[in-house]
Ligand binder design. Structure first.
Ligand SMILES: [Cu+2]
Length: 293
């Protein structure tokens, strides 16, 4: 009896933990992996919301297919075993059946391919604000921002060309003794955050200084290679404020695990303050004043 009670408590505990993982997150979102996580991180962009929906759709589809195949197998074991069916059929062909088992899987693949290619297209093409509104009518596009990210062995360098801001982002807690906290997870926190305003179409131009890196941000549904000598691009529009963590996702050498990406999504007001602050920082460091514009 005691064992049963213990098992029941364990099951309830696991279910509660799973529910807690699925529960909506607080206002201050930290897009980062959690222990025992089984699903994606919460979507912070409409693209990621679409990726999650597509994944859910595929999961149901493959579950239905697996259950159907299992049912067929069980039926055959029950109906056509040597005892139940002592005289086996001598049939070798059945044209109708063969057409069905070819056409139905092809139809299923087409059903999967259409939303898949539609989503891939949206992720690949850099849209303008009007296009984003057309794709995601619920999203309020407040403006655009261009960022240049360069992969370097082993850190990311960022440039905001229109704001004339430039900085490097190194891992802030990759090494023994570095400070780690729940809001500053190990191997994910950088000393300089990429700060972007919420509801803004951010276009990211990607390059690399030495070898291939990849700029990946799971909560944004973004993963794009940064290739030396080649300009790649990607985009996102974050619709939730918070701090989000990603990593270089192309094996780039021994320091590959130590070049995380931290993106802070803030209000437009806070972003404008950050730009002023960052420029002042750059002026102090370089001793050169920005020309008034
Ligand atoms: Cu890497």
């Amino acid at each position: 009896m005691m064992m049963v009670r213990k098992a029941a408590v364990a099951v309830v505990g696991v279910l509660a933990a799973m529910l807690a993982m699925a529960a909506p997150v607080s206002a201050q979102v930290y897009g980062q992996p959690v222990p025992w996580q089984m699903n994606f991180q919460h979507a912070a962009t409409p693209t990621m919301a679409e990726v999650i929906n597509f994944h859910t759709f595929l999961t149901w589809l493959i579950t239905a297919i697996s259950v159907f195949v299992l049912a067929l197998l069980l039926y055959i074991m029950w109906r056509f075993n040597a005892k139940a069916n002592p005289v086996p059929s001598k049939n070798t062909h059945n044209t109708v059946l063969e057409v069905v088992w070819t056409v139905v899987p092809v139809a299923i693949l087409v059903i999967m391919a259409i939303p898949s290619f539609r989503l891939l297209y949206k992720m690949d093409v850099i849209p303008d604000a009007a296009k984003v509104r057309e794709w995601y009518p619920d999203v309020n596009v407040a403006g655009t921002l261009d960022i240049k990210a360069t992969g370097v062995q082993w850190n990311w360098s960022y440039e905001y060309p229109n704001e004339r801001i430039k900085f490097d982002a190194f891992c802030a807690n990759c090494f023994p003794g570095d400070p780690v906290s729940p809001t500053s997870p190990r191997l994910l926190e950088t000393d300089n955050h990429v700060v972007v305003p919420v509801n803004t179409l951010v276009r990211v131009l990607l390059g690399a200084q030495d070898v291939i890196h990849a700029w990946a941000m799971p909560a944004f549904g973004v993963k794009q290679d940064a290739v030396p000598g080649r300009a790649n691009e990607t985009w996102f529009i974050a619709i939730r404020e918070g701090t989000f963590f990603g990593q270089c996702s192309e094996l780039c050498g021994q320091g590959h695990g130590f070049m995380p990406i931290t993106v802070e999504v803030v209000s437009k007001t806070r972003y404008d303050q950050w730009v002023v602050q960052k420029r002042a920082e750059i002026e102090t460091k370089s001793g050169v004043k920005f020309a008034a514009n």
